[in-house]
Design a protein. Sequence first.
Length: 350
Amino acid sequence: MIAGVAVLVAVGALATTGYVVAGWTLGDALYMVVITVFAVGYGEVQPITSWPLRGLTVTLIVAGYGAVIYTVGGFIQLVVDGELNRALGARRMTRDIDQLDGHTIICGYGRMGTTLARELQAAGQPFVAIDTLGGASPLADEDDGILVIHGDATEEDVLERAGIRRAAVLATVLSDDAANVFVTLTAREMNPDLTIIARGEDRRTESKLRNCGADTVVMTTTIGAAKMSQLILRPTADQLLDQLTTRSEGGPDLDHIGLRFDEFLIEGSSPLALKTLAEIEVSGAHGYLIVGIRGVDGTTIMHPPQTTTLSIGDVVVVLGYNDDIPHFATRPPARRSPKTTTYRGLTTTT
């Protein structure tokens, strides 16, 4: 479209100059160019008898009318392609969402929601984001493959489109506490089995969110203040902990020393069910370190004793070697083979 308009302006300017050089007034020249380019069909302003003027007029007709057609065609293509791509994209997104099951719904695709979406995408966890800007958001344009629904997350029909009845987790990270309360209340009514994680800014909102059905409330200001206090009181220890546990572009830094955190649900068919930690962890040289257990009733035990028995429905948080973790829930080790760990260029075998 820009190229077409540029050619049209250039042709019009040259033709106007040509008519003025031939002795026409500037007004007559401009009028002649306009009625010629747009094929209005009015009579000639002045008789065109000389071959140079006729040649100029013919060139103006061909070049000017061609530039007009090119510009209009570009505009039509822009409109048609944009609407077509938008319609096809919406249909494809709806189909992809309908195929999801046990996914996560992110309510709010701002700064916090975008960061959360990238973490889930890196982990391979399916999710749907809901935002008032939707697919038109510049944040969504930067992230290929992310499903973003345009709409208000507090409305039931929008949550239905996100597949809330098939979802496993809903994270509401809107900047407005009242909106997070309303989303939590609506989501809990639509799916009683849903795990809801809510963001809160005001401490007075935490109890409201829990009363409305939130399983976990994340107080961003409290977390930020706690982080800053650690940097003030124990800066070296905090920086070292960050290096071992935070995610970098290459992945979790715990991988660099051959370790990783994970969690497992103890099901009825699991070989770990009804066994004590002493039977699971290898005495003297642990292949796994069970750092916490969340019971069926929601209680959490940190650093559980060796005599603790795992029950069906418990969630076990484990720290172990990368090679051992995938086999934890299906094949608890009776004896661990030597492992090689590399940290800061030093390799040790345990």
